[in-house]
Design a binder for this molecule. Structure first.
Ligand code: ZN
Ligand code: ZN
Length: 361
């Protein structure tokens, strides 16, 4: 990660500390630590104070911390006492009084142990979504990382798509995709690839099973790659052989909901309004669309904002959000189409050019 990027993010956190009258923020979510410092390990605390920033680390990660987060003070734990004791010592040593913690990431158990360890004069103050707020807006460098990993996954899909034929199992298709991600330079799959054929397609989060693909099967393929910590997420629905008129009609209806709602993905439009538009377009079939329309994506596959009825976040230039309407009919199957969309001043830009051709094999 570039030093100036890290510095800008830490400065942004400090201005929130001022607003919230906090002396420090204790960051525990690994993605948030990575976002602010570059350190990609999972064991450690990042403490951002008004004038400093230090990482408290376990010995297994010392070398990685030095390499990935050179601008940060590394405070080493002693094997005999552990991270919690070190954290308590540092909070005292820095003379902090009001310390924010990430209430969405600290477990009840961790909170109980921490409260028991810090002296009474240090107040632990819950904060929610402070770093996540910053993560919604991608920098140009992050957009490049997302564009790159979305392109790898799209190219992998186009390659594997032409190999899909009757007789392959769902899990064979998933394996081919995940192998191709790596061949094309990704670190691996962003999540367990979903390949859901026929009636399986009616389960929005079905995995890839031993079910064998047959002529006439409609298949939902939901796939993503990860590279440099950034994730992609795309869905295509294909038909093995020649699609029926009804399969084509439902796929076209979902595509229409996607196209019309995506047109609204521009600065100033709120997330819930975009979700509502997709449901309006699906009209009589909206009852068969049981999940939110989309989600932000970056260091996590699912992050803010969410295109759903309960999220009123106005979209801004630099957000990257999926758009994934679907229709699911128990016993018949499902259709989902998913793109990653960059919000720009000029409107939506699709980052996932994987083929939309329906018939395969
Ligand atoms: Zn997906
Ligand atoms: Zn998604």
């Amino acid at each position: 990660m570039r030093a100036e990027e890290s510095t800008a993010r830490v400065v942004a956190v400090r201005s929130r500390l001022t607003d919230l009258e906090l002396d420090a923020l204790m960051v525990t979510a690994p993605e948030n630590t990575r976002y602010l410092s570059g350190f990609s390990g999972t064991l450690g605390y990042l403490v951002v104070t008004r004038d400093g920033a230090e990482i408290l680390g376990d010995s297994r990660y010392w070398m990685q911390m030095e390499a990935e987060a050179p601008g940060f003070t590394l405070v080493r734990s002693v094997a005999s006492s552990g991270l919690l004791a070190l954290l308590t010592d540092r909070l005292k040593g820095l003379g902090l009084r009001r310390v924010g913690f990430e209430s969405q990431h600290v477990t009840v158990d961790q909170h109980r142990r921490l409260s028991g360890a810090v002296p009474a004069e240090i107040a632990l103050v819950p904060t929610a979504g402070l770093v996540e707020d910053l993560r919604m807006l991608k920098t140009p460098h992050e957009v490049e990382l997302l564009r790159h990993v979305a392109m790898i996954a799209s190219r992998a899909f186009d390659r594997v798509r032409s190999a899909v034929r009757p007789g392959l199992r769902e899990r064979d298709v998933a394996f081919l995709l995940e192998q191709t991600f790596r061949e094309l330079g990704a670190d691996g799959p962003a999540f367990d690839t979903i390949v859901a054929a026929g009636e399986h397609g009616a389960l929005p989060h079905g995995r890839a099973s031993d079910r064998v693909l047959a002529l006439g099967d409609m298949v939902v393929v939901d796939f993503g790659a990860v590279a440099g910590g950034y994730h992609s997420d795309t869905t295509r629905t294909i038909v093995v052989g020649e699609p029926t008129a009804e399969q084509r009609r439902v796929i076209a209806a979902v595509r229409q909901a996607q196209t019309e709602s995506m047109a609204l993905m521009k600065p100033g439009v709120t997330a819930d309004a975009i979700d509502r538009r997709a449901r309006d377009v699906l009209a009589g079939e909206a009852h068969a669309f049981g999940h939110g329309l989309g989600h932000g994506i970056g260091l996590m596959v699912h992050e803010r904002p969410f295109l759903s009825a309960s999220d009123q976040t106005p979209l801004k230039t630099g957000m990257v959000i999926t758009n994934e309407p679907g229709i699911y009919r128990p016993g018949w199957g499902g259709v989902r189409l998913e793109e990653m969309v960059l919000v720009t001043e000029d409107g939506p830009e699709v980052l996932t050019p994987a083929s939309h051709e329906v018939g395969v094999g």
